[in-house]
Every structure is written in C-alpha cells, then in structure tokens.
Design a protein around this ligand. Structure first.
Ligand SMILES: [Zn+2]
Length: 220
C-alpha cells in the first residue's frame, strides 16, 4: 500500500509488478496508472494518466478534477501552512471566506469545516466582484476564484482591487484563470495563481507570500 498523498496530487505508483503479471505500461504513457488520494473527499484512486485532465473527473467518489484538487491544495497550504485534505480539516468556523461560483465538489466540504459561503453572479447569495457594495471591506480571511477573473469586463483591475479590499489584513486570495493573451486565440492556456501580498497561517502568523506564476492583486 503506497503512502497517502495528502495534497491530492498524483504520484507515480509502485512499479514492481509481480512475476507473471502483465507488464505495466511504461511511466509517462497515457495508460500508466497513477495513484492519488483525493484531497476533497479522501478517497484513494488509481487512474490512467490520461484521466488526469484539468477538467476531467478523476475521483471515483466525488468526481473531483485536477483543477478542483489544486484549488483545495492552494487554499489549505495558504491557511494552514500545508496541503490538507478537506475531509481532514479541523472545524474552524472562525476562518471566514467566500467563493466566487465555486464548484460544489469543494464548496460543500469547505462549508462544513470553515466559515465559508459560496456566492454567485446571477443568484443569491450574490456577489459581483467587479462591483462590490460598500460596507464589506476587510471581512474575509480568504477568497477563492477559479476561472472567474478572465470573465470580468475590462478593466479587470476593479476585481483585483475589490478582492484585496474585502480581505482582512493577511487574508489570502486563491485564484486560477485562463489566459489566451499569447500570440493567438488558440486553445493555448496558462494557469495562474494569485496570492495576497501576505498570508496567514492557522496560528495567525503572517508571512510574505512568495511571488507566483502570475499577477498579484493591485494594491489599494
Ligand atoms: Zn474525491
């Protein structure tokens, strides 16, 4: 039995087939088995590498995708200093945060463990990150926005400014977006992670977030 993969990220499975077994597909091939523990529901899975697409459900229990698990890893690493499966999170309703149209697969466990509310652009509970009403500044410990900011009408800086404004000092913003700004409008995409200028661990310690692969929120 391989050790658990607490971050939900795939690792290479044991490559030591027993005598008489059919030879395993070579590592790196689309059929090569990849073992991982889902960091949303905690289920152990073994799937062909080809199933680990960004938007392909690959957890046999909750149907999480690589993107969903990456968001959970980003958030828990920022809040607690390490990636923790959502099912293993301590109950911390004092950690308050919101999601922007988050997927049910991680919104539901977050709502059970943390003071988390998912919000929507078109329905209640409603929040348009580009037009945040006054009075909710410095309220949240974290914000999640997966594939949201690329849909904001220009200037997108309004959304980043508001994201920064509604976070408490030391709050974290965990986001991914698609960028098609490179040479063509082909399917080329680039995932990016946006973190606040500082992050808070579970102990309340503030640390400077390292630069990430993309843009930081605009300072206010
Ligand atoms: Zn799962």
């Amino acid at each position: 039995m391989p050790p658990p993969e607490p971050n939900g990220l795939p690792t290479a499975p044991p490559s030591n087939p027993r005598q008489g077994d059919t030879a395993a597909p070579p590592a790196g091939s689309p059929d090569a088995p990849v073992a991982f523990r889902c960091n949303l529901c905690g289920t152990h899975n073994v799937v062909p590498r080809s199933r680990l697409g960004r938007e392909t459900p690959s957890c046999s229990r909750c149907g999480s995708t690589v993107r969903f698990r990456a968001m959970a890893h980003l958030l828990t690493a920022a809040l607690f200093g390490e990636g923790i499966a959502l099912v293993d999170l301590p109950a911390r309703k004092d950690i308050v945060g919101i999601g922007l149209s988050d997927a049910h697969a991680y919104a539901a466990p977050l709502a059970k463990k943390l003071g988390y509310t998912n919000t929507w652009f078109h329905t209640e509970p409603r929040l348009d990150i580009a037009n945040v009403p006054p009075g909710i500044g410095a309220r949240y410990d974290f914000l999640i926005a997966s594939d949201v900011f690329e849909h904001v009408a220009p200037p997108v800086s309004r959304a980043f400014t508001n994201a920064r404004r509604i976070l408490k000092p030391g709050g974290v913003s965990c986001s991914r977006c698609l960028s098609r700004s490179r040479a063509t409008l082909s399917s080329t995409s680039r995932d990016c992670t946006i973190s606040g200028s500082s992050r808070r661990t579970a102990a309340g310690r503030s640390t400077t977030a390292p630069p990430t692969a993309a843009t930081k929120p605009s300072p206010t």
